[in-house]
Design a protein around this ligand. Structure first.
Ligand SMILES: C[S@@+](CC[C@H](N)C(=O)[O-])C[C@H]1O[C@@H](n2cnc3c(N)ncnc32)[C@H](O)[C@@H]1O
Length: 277
């Protein structure tokens, strides 16, 4: 097995998540006006599962209980097209309180669950942006925004390594189980630093390892899409955030039972400057 390169990883991950969206949309029952993305990476999944997309099943213990992850959060009015297509490993909007009027950016926004929670917290004077590289996810999230009537949320197609967002414009960056999927995490943290205003917060739920990972796991493409192979050792993750210029870097980490060193981390960091100094 050889180490997958960055392009192979991005293509594989995008196909895996497109496949999940198409799987959801192929089920009867949820009225949703999803505009098929022009550059969508695959067609709808067939009954036999023989779609052009990689199936990429998520690890059970990573996404097993979305309801539990969002205990206490205001998810009651979110439809299945949001909650059933949530693949997070924490609740980044709960790491630190979002304030009315703030501008929030969600890295790898998927079907939009954290954007919709953030939108309620920042209110009509605030603004939420979601960026995701999978066209099917962005189309689903836009349809979800219409469905839930969220007028202060905008979804943009793009890579978190090259954010389609101007510098020094964002108060809070959130992200849920995404940065582990990036083949260039240093670049993701540099971009996060660029777009945040001085004093802005980075509050991220993500998968990390509490012990070094063996090379065969690292090279297993299926395990990239499952949020396992690309996850960093916790100390390397925090060092990468510091190297991008962040301060006040901390993590609250809990290992999954039976995960052999795989853990969910709630990470906080701040860009220096602003009213906090
Ligand atoms: C595990 S899902 C999480 C989605 C969402 N945050 C949630 O909690 O439901 C990962 C998402 O990140 C997106 N993604 C992965 N790598 C990305 C990258 N390098 N740039 C932009 N989006 C990415 C995928 O398309 C997918 O929608």
């Amino acid at each position: 097995m050889t180490t997958p390169n960055a392009d192979e990883i991005r293509v594989h991950v995008a196909k895996a998540y497109a496949s999940r969206v198409n799987e959801f949309l192929s089920q009867p029952g949820d009225e949703l006006d999803v505009v098929q993305a022009e550059d969508a990476c695959c067609g709808p999944a067939t009954e036999s599962g023989d779609a052009c997309c990689a199936p990429g099943e998520p690890a059970e213990f990573v996404i097993s209980n979305i309801k539990k992850l969002y205990e206490g959060a205001d998810t009651a009015d979110l439809p299945g097209s949001v909650t059933d297509v949530a693949f997070g490993c924490g609740n980044p909007t709960a790491i630190d309180a979002l304030q009315p009027g703030e501008t929030v950016l969600d890295l790898g926004s998927g079907g939009g669950i954290d954007c919709f929670l953030a939108a309620k917290m920042v209110g009509p004077t605030g603004q939420v942006y979601g960026v995701d590289m999978t066209p099917e996810m962005v189309s689903l999230a836009r349809a979800n925004a219409t469905k839930v009537g969220a007028t202060n949320v905008e979804f943009r197609l793009g890579e978190i390594e090259h954010l389609p967002i101007p510098g020094d414009t964002v108060d809070v960056i959130i992200s849920n189980c995404v940065i582990n999927l990036s083949p260039d995490k240093d670049q993701v943290f540099r971009e996060a630093f660029r777009v945040l205003r001085p004093g802005g917060r980075l509050q991220v739920s993500d998968i990390v390892w509490t012990r070094p990972v063996d090379e065969s796991t690292r090279q297993d493409m299926e395990q990239w899409a499952s949020c396992i192979a690309g996850a960093l050792l916790e100390s390397d993750y925090l060092d990468a955030i510091r190297a991008a210029g962040f301060v006040e870097v901390s993590a609250d980490t809990s290992e999954y039972e039976g995960g052999n060193g795989v853990a969910s981390a709630a990470v906080f960091a701040r860009k220096p400057g602003g009213p906090h100094e």
